[in-house]
Design a protein around this ligand. Structure first.
Ligand SMILES: Cc1cc2nc3c(=O)[nH]c(=O)nc-3n(C[C@H](O)[C@H](O)[C@H](O)COP(=O)(O)OP(=O)(O)OC[C@H]3O[C@@H](n4cnc5c(N)ncnc54)[C@H](O)[C@@H]3O)c2cc1C
Length: 377
């Protein structure tokens, strides 16, 4: 795996860089303070097709390979990781459909995304995060429909999505083997948005509870067959973890860039702090960690492209890049000293944004369970 870019990748990066500098950076701090989702900004990103880059061309998407997709995710997340997560969350929601859907389901879901609709992947519940087997949301068959009842929480874009993939139990006695996935339209009667999270970081993304009360979903909206849900959810998360890792790498790179710039201009004892070896070593460590996370993330993505098993590599990339993001942003705050702790400077936000990368899409402890499981199998 090389970090050298193709001409097409360079052009796409330039496009995102221009968008990030002109449109995201000027407003990110304000939206972060208010905890608001910048809908108009999302629409602009959607108009550029950023939310559908890895949907196959035959379904109207950009058809980019996984390596290029993570390169672009990294670039967008340099400007705001929450925005990057929000834009690419439709990538997470469409994956179960691409993995297990019929041609008709794929067309239906991809059309909605390509039209600029928001979508969401609804797996987590108040009592079922890492422990998916504890899912309480149930789907009961009633003729040619399933009736869904339950509450999902912490759903990215949950409050604004037009279409969901919802995981519900069709047989509680079977644990994860009783889970089933459904495509659910937001305008189906019985769906409401519950609490919207007031988050520590990635505040430009929407995270909300979604409540299902006697929601009647056509049986033809089921992905695969009854009981396939857990397998579909795990395959989806495997596939999306390199993307999550790439966002963590982008955010880390932003922290390093700010740190280098600051270290060169901040003087103590008559000299820039960049002249102190203690600061140089911090910068060098940050650089080493980021480059390692970056190359491994692209390696994991290249395995998706190569269609070889990549569950372990995806988990390593996500876990390592998430840890790097927390370490690197913490060091950035340290390099900025007191100013690093101030909201007037950019790095405290990066530190807050970084933490989520050790938590969502499977906590880093769960990634280690996946990695060890693959080792010991
Ligand atoms: C901002 C945000 C966005 C999110 N977006 C989505 C989304 O779009 N869709 C969605 O479905 N979910 C989403 N989530 C949910 C997220 O994936 C879960 O929060 C996460 O999987 C952890 O579940 P939990 O919060 O229930 O923690 P728990 O599972 O309760 O874990 C608590 C702690 O115990 C540890 N732990 C648990 N089990 C084990 C074990 N067996 N061994 C070792 N340690 C263990 C965990 O690692 C963690 O440190 C989001 C969460 C957040 C905060």
């Amino acid at each position: 795996m090389s970090l050298l870019l193709t001409e097409e990748q360079k052009d796409l990066i330039s496009m995102i860089k221009e968008f990030g500098q002109n449109e995201i950076l000027p407003v990110a701090a304000e939206y972060d303070r208010n905890g608001e989702m910048p809908i108009e900004l999302y629409k602009k990103a959607f108009d550029m097709g950023l939310h559908m880059i890895d949907i196959p061309e035959e379904y109207g998407g950009g058809g980019l390979d996984a390596v290029t997709a993570v390169i672009l995710q990294e670039e967008l997340s340099k400007f705001d990781a929450g925005f990057g997560v929000g834009v690419f969350s439709s990538g997470l929601a469409v994956k179960p459909v691409l993995i297990a859907g019929t041609d008709e389901q794929k067309k239906y879901f991809a059309d909605a995304i390509c039209e600029g609709k928001f979508s969401a992947f609804a797996l987590t519940e108040p009592d079922a995060g890492s422990d998916v087997a504890a899912t309480k949301t149930k789907a009961e068959k009633d003729g040619d429909k399933y009736i869904i009842n339950g509450r999902k929480c912490f759903i990215t874009s949950g409050g604004i999505a037009d279409i969901y993939v919802v995981f519900a139990s069709t047989d509680r006695t079977k644990g994860v083997k009783g889970l089933t996935a459904f495509i659910v339209d937001r305008n189906t009667s019985g769906i409401s948005v519950g609490k919207e999270e007031d988050k520590m970081g990635i505040r430009l993304s929407n995270t909300a509870d979604v409540v299902f009360e006697d929601v009647r979903v056509p049986a033809k909206n089921m992905l695969g067959k009854e009981g396939d849900g857990f397998k579909i959810a795990m395959m989806t998360l495997d596939m999306s973890r390199p993307s999550c890792a790439a966002a963590a790498v982008g955010l880390s790179q932003a922290a390093l860039d700010y740190s280098v710039e600051y270290a060169k201009q901040r003087k103590t004892f008559g000299k820039p702090i960049a002249m102190k070896q203690a600061i140089q070593f911090k910068l060098a460590e940050m650089k080493m960690q980021i480059e390692t996370a970056r190359i491994y993330t692209r390696h994991a993505a290249s395995m998706i492209d190569a269609k070889v098993p990549y569950s372990s590599e995806a988990a390593i990339a996500k876990c390592y890049a998430g840890d790097v993001a927390v370490k690197v942003t913490q060091e950035a705050v340290q390099i900025f000293g007191g100013y690093g702790y101030s909201r007037e400077y950019p790095v405290e936000k990066l530190y807050r944004d970084a933490k989520i990368f050790q938590i969502f899409e499977g906590t880093n402890e769960v990634q280690k369970i996946v990695i060890a499981g693959n080792l010991l199998r």
